[in-house]
Design a protein around this ligand. Structure first.
Ligand code: CO
Length: 463
């Protein structure tokens, strides 16, 4: 059996390279060719794709999904799902999580990849149960990071837990692209020995080592790798699909993809990419690897956000200082993996600590919520002195955060009854309230679109 391939061009590829601005029309221009390639699955949906559709492209993400589905007769469709956060940035009630899973599957998704930023499996439970209930394939992704607590033993123990939860497959999600080749070999070997789940590897070329890491993971028996069609590969994105087909052809790992279909899809997408380069949407810098992330262990998306935030404040001279502060904040907070939303929270706190010249003098609301336990359990203990400095003697919850959230779906349906025309619309409103309301008003009542500014820092990091 060769290695299976999931192509990420239509989700992570354009999220990593062009701020998730690929349009449905562009996607549909190559979808028939992609459906002929012979992929294990196409990753087509996730938080940023959903958000960008309604915020920037004035497109209904549910329509996009249905259109992709109608063209993909042979290929499974996959989405990325942030556990109890669904596609948003906070915890939702279980009934909203369940309804979102139900509607995603109903509209065409086959495989739901669920992850939690903290690897707190209680935050995965509802999404996993719901995916099984409605007949989807549930993949659980473990957020990969490095720290004194994130050892191979830690990941093996976690993998056994998610297997017991009912996951159909397991993904190592290296959103920062910091997994080293030999570490990947050991990790995949140990996971293969400890569980019977198919193992998938998701990496990024940001640090320039991803192909080497994939190759070693393949030798260790990884079942599936995430790659992107070449025009949307490399740099901060995934390795190129075609490169892996050519590299593995004729070996025991041969993915056996249809090269002619790949060439046709690439010819179409190269024209799209050329337009992105011309318009400036694709910054050539994003296509170059940045091995310094291996030193700082900070995701590429966080580095670029950090730079733009410091530039805005005329404080680029503090860049190195902030980079040194990020690992310190992480340690204080119990080593959370730097993935949405924790990457934004840790980054913002590091900037505040440096700019105010006093650590934790200013603290974002989200950090105080994290310290109260509202995001789940931190991987290691939070520094008790820092916690006391920020939240004093406040009690910290130890139960699953969503246990405190009463059902929301029916109330949302009632609240937006004059605006919505389907349960899908209710879910759009649940996740992205003001942006969703504006979008739906425009969609159904043809009111003019209002252009809004967003703070890039609270937007999406690479996942
Ligand atoms: Co990613």
């Amino acid at each position: 059996m060769g290695v299976k391939i999931v192509d990420t061009a239509l989700r992570d590829g354009h999220q990593s390279l062009v701020a998730t601005r690929m349009t449905t029309e562009e996607i549909l221009s190559c979808i028939d060719e992609l459906d002929n390639v012979g992929y294990h699955a196409l990753e087509v949906w996730g938080g940023a794709t959903f958000d960008a559709c309604i915020r920037f492209l004035n497109e209904d993400p549910w329509d996009r999904l249905r259109l992709i589905r109608s063209h993909c007769k042979k290929t499974k469709l996959q989405m990325l799902f942030r556990g109890q956060n669904i596609l948003g940035y906070k915890h939702y009630a279980d009934d909203v999580v369940e309804k979102f899973v139900e509607k995603s599957l109903e509209n065409g998704i086959d495989i739901i990849r669920v992850f939690d930023a903290l690897n707190d499996i209680r935050n995965l439970a509802c999404a996993v149960t719901s995916t099984k209930k409605y007949g989807g394939h549930c993949q659980i992704a473990l957020s990969y990071t490095t720290s004194p607590v994130h050892t191979v033993d830690y990941y093996v123990a976690l993998a056994k837990e998610v297997e017991a939860m009912g996951a159909d497959s397991l993904c190592i999600k290296d959103m920062a692209g910091v997994l080293l080749p030999e570490d990947a070999y050991e990790l995949v070997s140990r996971l293969k020995a400890a569980t019977s789940l198919p193992i998938e590897l998701h990496g990024h070329c940001t640090g320039g080592i991803c192909e080497m890491t994939y190759r070693r993971a393949i030798e260790a028996g990884v079942d599936i790798i995430d790659t992107a069609l070449s025009p949307l590969s490399g740099g901060t994105s995934q390795p190129s699909t075609e490169a892996f087909q050519y590299a593995l052809e004729g070996t025991a790992y041969d993915p056996k993809l249809n090269v002619a279909a790949l060439e046709r899809a690439t010819a179409i997408m190269t024209k799209v990419k050329d337009r992105y380069l011309q318009s400036g949407l694709l910054n050539p810098k994003a296509l170059t690897s940045n091995p310094s992330i291996l030193k700082y262990q900070v995701p590429g998306g966080m580095l670029s956000n950090l730079m733009s935030q410091l530039k805005e404040q005329g404080a680029m001279d503090r860049y190195e200082e902030v980079l040194r502060e990020i690992p310190r904040v992480r340690k204080d907070l119990g080593y959370p993996p730097l993935v949405t939303p924790l990457s934004q929270m840790v980054g913002t706190q590091a900037v505040l600590n440096v700019m105010t010249q006093e650590r934790y003098k200013m603290v974002p609301k989200e950090i105080t919520e994290y310290l109260h336990g509202y995001y789940g359990k931190s991987p290691a203990e939070v520094d008790p002195v820092i916690r006391h400095q920020i939240i004093g003697d406040d009690s910290v919850i130890t139960h699953r955060p969503a246990d405190d959230i009463p059902p929301q779906f029916e109330a949302l349906k009632e609240k937006y009854k004059d605006l919505i025309q389907s349960d899908e619309d209710v879910l759009t409103c649940a996740l992205f309230e003001q942006v969703a309301v504006k979008f739906l008003q425009n969609k159904y009542k043809k009111e003019p679109v209002e252009v809004i500014n967003i703070n890039l820092w609270v937007g999406e990091a690479h996942v």
